[in-house]
Design a protein around this ligand. Structure first.
Ligand SMILES: [Zn+2]
Length: 452
């Protein structure tokens, strides 16, 4: 029996479904309704909604809402400072089931070896990692990072199943002024997908850029810019990352009317922000908290994103669609409680099934060996603001009674290291916690004193 046979049998209800989610509701991104219904899954595909089903495995999701998996439409995984495998493990549990990445940073150093590493990783992660071929390596002729990727180097990857097209075409002056290297790359992808990157480009220059069949932009920072680009057929990827933050400025365009032409992207969040705030779920809950229509933002996070990149199999909770599903507590808080990636429930055990990928670029940092002494900052008492600050801090510590403090004036480079060398961390913990509590109490008192 083929997969297709099994899907039809399970959809019709002839045989029990592989998995059935029972007792919840799903967010229909076509009508905007919350629909009470079982969701039947066969393999990697949803096979039943709107009916009740029997399943070999039945999961009670009473009181929960199911939405389609989120799609980050533009990011550079390297900028999250982890490998694709680790990114998969850390970000998929937030409901991000697909990411469309440009391995620009690794390609900029390692060239095709970096792209090959990403493609190999993308074949093994649970999350669906799609790769855009880095279009501007090096980004300018002034870069000295080492790699150079002309069109001949990119073409062998073009038909890899994980490749969508050409990544952000950053060199917009090169397009407008018809730089031969840019033209060769654009020419080779005229029948494929080309991502844009054109901050503040407008008028005839934008028209010329778009005439090269460039289709998306994640660089809009204000509403008039985004509106001109939408009117001219661009799909706008609303970005909120650790560095570039455009969500608040672009919230006015996150409407039901425009949502088919919008998507979300991070263009990189660092690990701390991911751990403290989340990933695309953070964008969704922030937008809703500021009055954005949930239908508009959930569409942008899934179906509209999928359509912009030709991923025709995902983005809706409906029979025949890829079972990338996020079970959340409410539309407003968007807290992922359970995630399914192509029908597989995301757990630590699932991540443990992935094969590792051999690391690359381990010898790519060409720096001299440093010694401890290289980190020393010689300070003469009373000479610099830094020395003064350190001395004040030292006296504050003395007053607060930390056992580590001495009456000796500190030297930034040695004081703390010397103290630590003689004490194991667990010996320090108690006194330092007490010290911190005391300082916090003191600070609180000062604040209270300053109150009108
Ligand atoms: Zn980027």
């Amino acid at each position: 029996m083929t997969d297709l046979d099994r899907r039809i049998d399970q959809g019709v209800g002839r045989t029990p479904a592989d998995i059935v989610l029972k007792g919840g509701r799903f967010f229909d991104l076509v009508t905007g309704e919350l629909v009470s219904s079982d969701i039947a899954i066969c393999g990697d595909t949803i096979v039943g909604t709107g009916e009740s089903y029997e399943g070999r495995e039945e999961i009670d999701i009473s009181g929960r809402i199911v939405v389609p998996g989120f799609i980050d439409t533009h990011l550079h995984i390297e900028s999250s400072l982890v490998t694709p495998h680790e990114f998969d493990r850390c970000v998929l549990p937030y409901g991000v089931t697909t990411v469309i990445c440009d391995p620009h940073e690794i390609a900029n150093v390692l060239g095709t070896e970096g792209i090959r590493f990403f493609l190999e990783s993308s074949e093994r992660t649970i999350m669906d990692i799609r790769v855009q071929l880095s279009s501007c390596v090096p980004a300018t002729h002034l870069e000295t990072s080492g790699a150079d990727l002309p069109i001949e180097a990119l073409l062998p990857f073009r038909h890899h199943p994980k490749v969508i097209g050409l990544a952000e075409f950053m060199n917009f002056p090169g397009v407008i002024h018809k730089d031969p290297i840019c033209i060769a790359k654009l020419e080779a992808f005229q029948d494929g997908h080309i991502d844009g990157h054109s901050p503040l480009l407008s008028g005839r220059d934008l028209n010329g850029y778009l005439s090269a069949r460039i289709r998306t932009d994640h660089e809009c920072t204000n509403v008039p810019e985004a509106m001109e680009k939408i009117r001219k057929g661009m799909h706008i990827l609303v970005r909120e990352g650790s560095v570039s933050k455009d969500l608040h400025a672009l919230m006015p365009i996150l409407t039901e009317r425009l949502s088919p032409f919008l998507a979300l992207c991070t263009d990189d969040r660092n690990p701390l922000d991911i751990a403290e705030e989340g990933h695309l779920d953070y964008m969704i809950r922030t937008a809703i908290a500021h009055g954005v229509d949930p239908l508009a933002v959930y569409r942008a996070a899934s179906i509209s994103a999928a359509r912009a990149f030709g991923l025709r199999d995902r983005g809706l909770v409906a029979p025949g669609w890829r079972a990338d599903l996020v079970v959340i507590d409410s539309l407003e808080s968007c807290k992922a409680e359970m995630v399914f990636a192509a029908g597989r429930r995301v757990t630590d055990a699932l991540f443990a099934t992935r094969e590792a990928v051999a690391p690359v670029g381990l010898d790519s940092v060409k720096a001299c060996i440093v010694k401890a002494a290289d980190f020393g900052v010689p300070v003469t008492e009373g000479e610099t603001p830094v020395g003064r600050a350190a001395r004040q801090d030292h006296h504050r510590i003395c007053r607060a009674g930390c056992p580590r403090a001495t009456t000796r004036p500190p030297s930034i480079s040695t004081e703390h290291h010397q103290g630590r060398r003689h004490r194991a961390p667990w010996q320090e913990r108690q006194p330092c916690q007490r010290l911190r509590a005391r300082l916090r109490a003191e600070e609180g008192r000062h604040r209270l004193d300053r109150r009108p």
